[in-house]
Design a protein around this ligand. Structure first.
Ligand code: ADP
Ligand code: MG
Length: 341
């Protein structure tokens, strides 16, 4: 009897199996086999994208393939790790060849850009979702951990903030953009949401330079809050120094603030570094043609026992602004669903 090929195996063979350069053993066995460069540690991270939670069910598959890998690569970037391998667990409502072809094309284009190899996964039937696990490597002493910020470190942010959040509000009909916004500018804005560019090259250059880093997936205040909490420090940031996406000029101040301070999905890096790294950071910025903006400073906690990590947002006059409402806007999947008894 000929050994039959199930539809699942056809999908794997046709859309997800490609020659690999690095892995010893890739798709087709029970496990993939990979080497670790001596002296390096593996950096491993997983992110899931669920239909109608993280993306619209009818989202363009090519962009979805890009984004599913991009958000995972962003975690490697935030660790200062070099991308090596990834796995893909995908749940499909049906086998739609056109959809699969486009999804794979978007995913592999980004994979090729960052030289990361697909080495395994799982293919199942059910509501559309995808879980990717990325594996990178980094020298242990150079990894950009959240818990290693120091009091007195400057706080830096790459690129501009709020573009992805504004694009999402626009698509949901919740933001009223000025009609004068040119179609080209609108298309550029939407790309921040659909095709984020993970800051992998930046993360690799910051390894050994910055003390701590995080990628901004849930909003600046929420994500900087993670560095502060894990490092047991406070953070003081200057409102006026935060670079926001120019399209945010076309909405009201409250909306602009929500997007730039608490809007998710930008995937820029927020990192802290000592004063002595200033020159180095400026030269990385000019080499890469990427804005790196110093937005504030990490502060030591009061020595009182009750002092806890917090973020102070200062206006141009050095007066603390109220962000009590904003900080609750950082995207939390269970925020609206937590049942208290
Ligand atoms: P098992 O039954 O051992 O879990 P599977 O039948 O799920 O194996 O998968 C067969 C092979 O195909 C494995 O090597 C697995 O890693 C790979 N694979 C399955 N689905 C995917 C996918 N979506 N992307 C990449 N590789 C996949
Ligand atoms: Mg399986």
């Amino acid at each position: 009897m000929r050994i039959p090929r199930t539809p699942e195996f056809n999908v794997i063979a046709k859309y997800f199996t490609r020659p690999v350069k690095r892995a010893h053993l890739s798709i087709g066995d029970d496990c993939a086999l990979i080497d670790v460069t001596p002296g390096k540690q593996l950096a491993i991270s997983t992110d899931t994208l669920v239909s109608n939670v993280h993306f619209f069910a009818d989202a363009a598959p090519e962009m979805l393939g890009h984004k599913a890998l991009a958000v995972n690569l962003s975690d490697l970037a935030a660790m200062g790790a070099t991308p090596r391998y990834f796995t893909l667990a995908i749940t499909l409502p049906a086998i739609n060849e056109t959809w699969l072809g486009a999804f794979a094309a978007g995913m592999f284009r980004l994979a090729d850009q960052f030289e990361i190899e697909l080495i395994g996964g799982d293919t199942t039937n059910g509501p559309l979702s995808m879980t990717l696990t990325v594996i990178g490597q980094v020298a242990p002493a150079r990894a950009l951990r959240r818990d290693n910020a120091k009091a007195g470190d400057d706080i830096w942010v790459s690129g501009s903030l709020g573009g992805a959040a504004l694009a999402l509000k626009h698509l949901q009909g919740k933001a009223r953009l000025k009609p004068s916004l040119q179609p080209r500018a609108l298309a550029e804005l939407l790309m921040h949401l659909h095709m984020p560019q993970p800051r992998v090259a930046l993360g690799m250059r910051l390894a050994g330079v910055a003390n701590a880093a995080i990628d901004i997936s849930d909003g600046l205040i929420a994500d900087l809050g993670h560095i502060a909490t894990r490092s047991n420090l406070g953070a003081r940031i200057n409102y006026d120094s935060i670079l926001y996406h120019p399209a945010l000029l076309s909405v009201k101040a409250a909306e602009r603030n929500a997007c730039m301070l608490a809007g998710g999905d930008d995937y820029e890096l927020c990192f802290t570094a000592p004063l002595s790294a200033h020159e180095k950071i400026r030269s990385i910025s000019s080499d890469m043609g990427l804005a790196l903006t110093n937005i504030g400073i990490m502060t030591a906690l009061d020595s009182t026992a009750s002092a806890s990590p917090s973020i102070a947002l200062m206006d141009a006059n050095g007066v603390e602004m109220d962000i009590a409402n904003l900080s609750s806007l950082g995207f939390d999947h269970f925020a609206a669903r937590t049942v208290t008894t």
